[in-house]
Structure formats: structure tokens, C-alpha cells
Design a protein around this ligand. Sequence first.
Ligand SMILES: Nc1ncnc2c1ncn2[C@@H]1O[C@H](COP(=O)(O)OP(=O)(O)OP(=O)(O)O)[C@@H](O)[C@H]1O
Length: 731
Amino acid sequence: MIALNSHFVLIDLHSSWHSANQIPISIPTFLQNSHSVSKFSSSFCRTGRARKGIASSKSSSPSFPSPEIRRPTSDRLFLGNGLLTNQSNSSSILDSDFASTSSQSDATAELEVFVELLPSRMRKQLSSHDEFRELIEVVLDLGRNPIARFPSGDWAISEELVKHEDLSHAISKVGDFSDDNRSGMDRSLHRISAIRNRKMQIIGLTCRVGRSVSGSAEIIRDLVEGGGSILVIGPPGVGKTTLIREIARMLADDHKKRVVIVDTSNEIGGDGDVPHAGIGSARRMQVPNVHMQHTVMIEAVENHMPETIIIDEIGTELEALAASTIAQRGVQLVGTAHGITIDNIIKNPSLQILVGGIESVTLGDEEARKRKVQKTILERKGPPTFTCAVEMISKTECRVHHRLDTTVDAILAGKTPLFEIRNVETYANPSVGPSQNLGKSLHERLHSKDDNIIADSDPDMEVSQVKTYANHSMGPSPNHEKSLHERSHSKDDNIIADDDADMEDAIHLPRQSKSRPVSKKSSPVRVYSYKILESDLLQVAQVLGLENEIDVTDDIEAADAILASSDEMKQNPWIRSVAKFHHLPVFVIKSNTMAQMVKAIRMIIKIDSDSITKKPRKTPDIVIEGDAPKRKPSLEEIDALEEVRLAIEYIVIPGGEPVELLPRRSDIVARQLELVESYQLAAEYSSSEPNPRLQILPLRLKSKNLKEPKSSSKSATGEGTGIYRLPLLPE
Ligand SMILES: Nc1ncnc2c1ncn2[C@@H]1O[C@H](COP(=O)(O)OP(=O)(O)OP(=O)(O)O)[C@@H](O)[C@H]1O
């Protein structure tokens, strides 16, 4: 067994038996020329995951195994170019003409069934095309040239025009057309769509090659495993069905979930009553006619106790409503909708409900002025049906919106939503890095000359991160790796087995470098923050005199660390996946107070690491300790400390003005002073009768005093204690 990138299709060379429709095959088109494929092209591999392939019961092929016949998989060899050959059956299942021009090894089981639709003269032409294996569709329109659609564009298969007999031949190979004019080939994933004339006779066919692409869902594995509902948006033909088919398999087989597919056009599970092996052990419900999709969706929830429902093409209001009902019942929903972006869904009145519904709200004059918006604005009505959304840009690239609600809110407010761009190379090519968009990969950064911090002073971490990174790019999650490992005892697997632990260590920096919580790649250190205002952070940095040391970025790929509140972390566990994906440490503050931000900033730029709480090994976050008093404070003390906090956060820091506090008991004044100093601010103590009081000054304590804040009220004055006047801060 060789540990491979998850896109690789694996072959079973040992003698276990698989059912005939579990032939290991896949055509990851996007990988055929990739570095990874060529790297492993000479390897024969095996895995229990091996599957795919089809056996058409309509196939007249003598050599193609019928579903009932079981045969050892040992004669199925996976070639380096990603294609399947059948060693034991050297005669082609295609007719002899075709076989003579198309090498046996170039044929795939899926395509073999597909080309049976075409008259032999067309098969011959088609098979000679360089991109034959990547064929997407064949279009047969009466009286026109037959057209083949490839990723590179359309191509006329023959000069001979399509005749009635050609259409009849194709129709004879497929099942009945349903009321959406779609049909399929038994136990295959191919989709045949008809165009009819006014007499309802078929005069055109669009024949799409369906294939299950193992590994195609790796790009969003973290979302799938996260358990949230996922909306996949994309234009026709971008690969949505292929993606959700693989998601269904992944959840059912790898995660042992009860998955039910509502398969309106039999596109996910293929035609025929026995579903295609591409869906793994997911169950499939067929839909008698397209108008019943929504009822079957509800029936699926009510009758079959699913944990996940997979649904292709949510297109009508009733379907959108059914989806929202399912989501409310706590079932994970993975669905697709046509569109380019979420904006298209928002603007589609039938589908709006998927994003929570939209309403227009008229604000009062004052509120409109305060918000600096028009009087009538659009707002989201309720929670969206889906937790997150994936906009498919192509078969290899997508935009991930981790929180659909915030994306929709941003769009409605006229802002650009935050999203993450992912592409297949991220997972496919270890030498490329976490994302193609990353100008410099982590690997490069770790080895670059200017990266002295890691390379020179923290060799352990360097090794750990490089190793983690290399493994991470192999794609599969820890669970998956475990199962692979269990199935195999090859040396290569050892690396993978350690993967997750190493990743955590790399992120859990205190273990390796107490004084270097962030692998600083840039100067200033760039922080990506979740739900913590950029202006607050920068303001605090300025107060600390560290404005040149730290910056806030909204480009996660350019970030050196993530800062989030613990509430946000609880509500959005996916932040950890994002951190893991980008190899970033996560600093967690317990509340969004400036005092916590002060501590976080100092830790991030390594002024101190005293406040780090080591969490259990499983949690890679670096938690910033709060200022919670050791004993229960009195009400008066709470009131006094709150007075300090409000004074600092609303007047002293933003306005640069001193604030005189109320007279208090001296022990309480001492606590107030501690709090003032934790903001790195100075205060003046006045012992007026009957009680002393403090005046907080817009003066910064000198950095040499940062480590040792004094609690003695005697040193409260700025005189001689090494303080600087605060800069006047922008509003
Ligand atoms: N990752 C992939 N690698 C290789 N081929 C793919 C991949 N994803 C999809 N395809 C191929 O692209 C074609 C279109 O895919 P698919 O039917 O999944 O698209 P779709 O977005 O669901 O289209 P529609 O919206 O029209 O139903 C098919 O021939 C499929 O085999």
C-alpha cells in the first residue's frame, strides 16, 4: 500500500472479492497531468476504498461482468495515467472497429458503457480524440453534426449528419424518459436528456458522461465532517452532482452515517433500482416525477431516520421549503442549486428561503443616521437553511463561505462577504502549498533566508511543520488515515498516522517555544481576527506602542496568527479547521475587552507568554487567561472595576483624556490601579479625605515596566515611573 493523495484511485491487487460494480476506477481529469499523478504513476496500489466502475445490465458485452458474477479484483490494474485496464479480458467490450483504434488500456468501464449509445462510425471517430477519456457530453441533434464536448471545447465527431436511426439507436440503449425529459443507462451515472418536437418526438439528445470521482470531495472534507448543512452552488456542468455523490459516499462509508439521497433524476445514484457503487452505502430514494421531489424529501426524513440528506438541484419554492423543514429537524443537508454566487440565490424569489428569506425594513430617521444607511434596507428574515455554502468556480476551484448567515448579511448590507478560495492543487501537489493563491508556500517560507525566526531558533518546529504540511497536503482526515493505516502496514503510512498529532504540536506552540507563540513570517505580525474589531485591535496596539509590530489582515493566507473570542470558537468549530488548513496558531480571548486584547497582542508578538493556558493536547488553541479575581469580589469592587474599564475603553484610550474616578476604599483603589496598569496606563493617586481616589492618565507605561506592573498605590503617579503620553487616537 502506498499512501497517496486522496485523489488517487487505488487498485486491489490482492485476492479479495468485490462485487462486479465495485471496480476501482476513477477519472480525476484534473489530476491527470498533475505533479502528484506523475509522481506515483508507476505505482500499483491497493485499498479497501477501491471502488467505482459500472456494469450495465444492458451491455451486450460478453466480457463485461454482470452484477451477479463475482470476480477477483486482482485482474484490474490501475495505470499511472488514472485509467483502468482489464488484464484478464483482452478482448474489447466495444465493437471491433472501435477496439482497433482505441487501445484497450485507454478505455474505462464508464466510457465503455457510454459509447454504446453511439453508432459504431461515431465511436471510432470519438475514440481517436486526444481527450476522449475526459469526454463530458455528446450532443446528437437531428440533421446536424454530432458534437462531442470536452473540457477544451466542442468538437464535431463526424461530418455525417445525425439521422433518425442514430437517435433511435441511442434511445434503445436507455431507460424511459421521465417528465423532465431525462433518462439514464441502467446502473450507470450517465444522463441522457431529450429535446422533443411539437409532436413530442425526440429530435435531439444531450448525453452526459457521468462518473464518480474519488477524492473530489476532499476539497471540502472539513465542512462535510463538521456536520453543518452545505449548499453547493454552481453553473450547469461544473461538477455539483459529482461532488455531492462523493460526499454521500464519504459520509456513509468513511463516517458510517445514515445517508439518504433524494435522487430526482437518478443522476446521483444512477439509473436502475440497484444504485451505483459510487454512492457507497448511502441509500437512495427515487422520485416518481420531478414535481414530487419535495414530498420525497420530507418522506425521507419521516420514514428513514437519516442523519444526512443529499439532494441535487433545489429549484422550486416547494423544494426550498422542504429543505428548510429538513434543516429545522436537525438533519444535515447537502444540496445543490444552480447559480454562480450566493447573490444569485438571494435574488431568486423561489430560493431566497434557503438563505433565510429577505425582507425590507424601514428605519426611523435617527436609526438610519446612526447606521449611515438609507431609510429602507434589506435584511435577512431568519436563519438560513444551510450553515455554509460552496460556490463552485470550476471542477478544481471553489469559494467557501463558512457562515452563510454572515455572508448574506454582508451582501444585503452592500459589503463584500468574506470567503475562502480553495483549489484542488492545494491537496494534490505537496510542493505547491496550502493554496495556489499563496504567493509563497509555507514550505518555502520555512526555508527562506529571511525566516530566521523559525529556521534558526526553532529547528524542532520547522521539522514538525514541514512534515505536517507535507502530510496535510495528502488530504485525508485523521479518521480516514487511520482506516488506511489499519488496512496496510507499509512504511509510508507511518507518516500519515502521525499527521494529526504533529499538526497539533506545530500549532500548540508553547510546547516547542514558550517565548515564540507565532511563527513570525512577516513584519509586522499579521493577525486575522474573527468577530474582533480591527479598529479595537489597532487602537490597543497603538496604546501599547506596538503599532509597528502588529497589523490586521483580512487575507487569511497572509496571516501569521488567528485571534478569536472563545464564544466565536464555540459557535464556529470550523475556525480550527481553517487554522489547521493554513497552519496558523489560534489565540483565543475569553471576552472582547481591551484588557484581553492587550494580553493577546503582547502574546502574539511574544512580549510575554505568561498568560498562556495550555489546553489539553487535542485543542490547539492558545487561550489568553482572563483577569478574573481569585476570590469573589464584592459588589462595590465590581462596580469600581467596571468604572475603570468604562473610563479607559470609552474615554482615556479613544479620547486621550484623563478621567478622575470616584473616591473608594483604599483596598479597592489598589485593585483599580492593578486594572489600570494591566492596560499599560498610568494613574495618579490622590489621598483625599475621607477616601482616596485615582485619576487615570492618558499616559503609557514604559515597555520595561510592562512585565512587572506594580500594585502599590504609592507608585501610581506618572512621575518618574517611566511613562509616555498617549498618542491622540483617531475616532
Ligand atoms: N472532479 C471531476 N473530475 C473529472 N470530471 C468531472 C469532475 N466533476 C465533474 N466531472 C464531469 O463533468 C461533467 C459534469 O459534471 P456534473 O454532472 O457533476 O455537473 P453538474 O454541475 O451537476 O451539472 P448540472 O448542473 O448540469 O447537473 C460530467 O461529465 C462529470 O463526469
